[in-house]
Design a protein around this ligand. Structure first.
Ligand code: C5P
Length: 225
């Protein structure tokens, strides 16, 4: 039986990749499937939370008791997240936001040119860093990091530079972890300096483990409610 320990809480989850258009037929994206974020949204709703899911393009069915907002670009995800952030007790940013977007979007299909084509890219806003800067006293902020190397160093850096409470890191080169996989192998870094390495498990189970830890943090922040 799922514990009803999130009743009364509002949870904002982001999931999936973003898609950055280049011209009417092309875009820049990444390999995120959205499975981890959808599992988090589903499990939080099962535990009684009100859940808002802001999702980039995925092939997944939106979880039923969840308000799902479909977005495409990082800019759209940014706007949707900022709109809901102030009312959220817990924000989990599982989306793989594209760090860059094409500087301009061509209204016509870009035609074949010389041997090399250079496409100028512009940095997207870091949504999570912005949430960290404006984090409410009672708010818990959880980020994700998908890395291919130097996982621990990047994870600890992200945790502190983005002002997070938890950072869930996975090495996407490991079999059984990361993109489009039904399982994940994560390490959970906490703001108190602790780190836990979880074994390979189903993404629903990883979601439950993450939620369990956020509930403990929320209780401590709110004086043992
Ligand atoms: O720095 P990096 O992109 O690896 O950090 C990953 C975390 O930051 C994820 O939680 C992701 O959702 C978030 N992020 C974001 N906006 C960006 C880039 C990443 O919210 N532009």
């Amino acid at each position: 039986l799922t514990p009803q320990d999130m009743v009364g809480l509002t949870v904002l989850v982001t999931a999936g990749p973003t898609r950055e258009p280049l011209d009417p037929v092309r875009y820049l994206t990444n390999r995120s499937s959205g499975k981890m974020g959808y599992a988090l949204a589903r499990m939080a709703a099962l535990r009684g939370a009100r859940v808002v899911l802001v999702s980039g393009p995925t092939h997944l069915e939106p979880p039923t008791p969840v308000e799902t907002i479909q977005v495409e670009t990082a800019a759209e995800m940014h706007d949707a997240v900022i709109r809901y952030a102030h009312s959220a007790d817990l924000i989990i940013k599982a989306a793989a936001v594209s760090d860059y977007r094409p500087e301009s979007i061509s209204t016509q299909k870009i035609k074949k040119q010389a041997e090399n084509l250079v496409i100028p890219l512009q940095k997207n806003p870091d949504i999570l860093a912005e949430l960290g800067r404006r984090k409410g006293q009672q708010q818990i902020l959880v980020g994700f990091a998908a890395e291919t190397h130097d996982l621990d160093r990047y994870a600890r850096n992200k945790l502190s530079s983005k002002n997070l409470d938890l950072l869930v890191a996975n090495d996407v080169t490991l079999p059984g972890a990361g993109f489009d996989c039904n399982t994940n192998i994560v390490r959970i870094f906490a703001a108190d300096g602790s780190v836990e390495a979880l074994p390979q498990m189903d993404k629903n189970k990883v979601a439950s483990e993450i939620l369990h830890r956020t509930i403990k943090l929320l209780r401590t922040h709110r004086g043992g409610r």
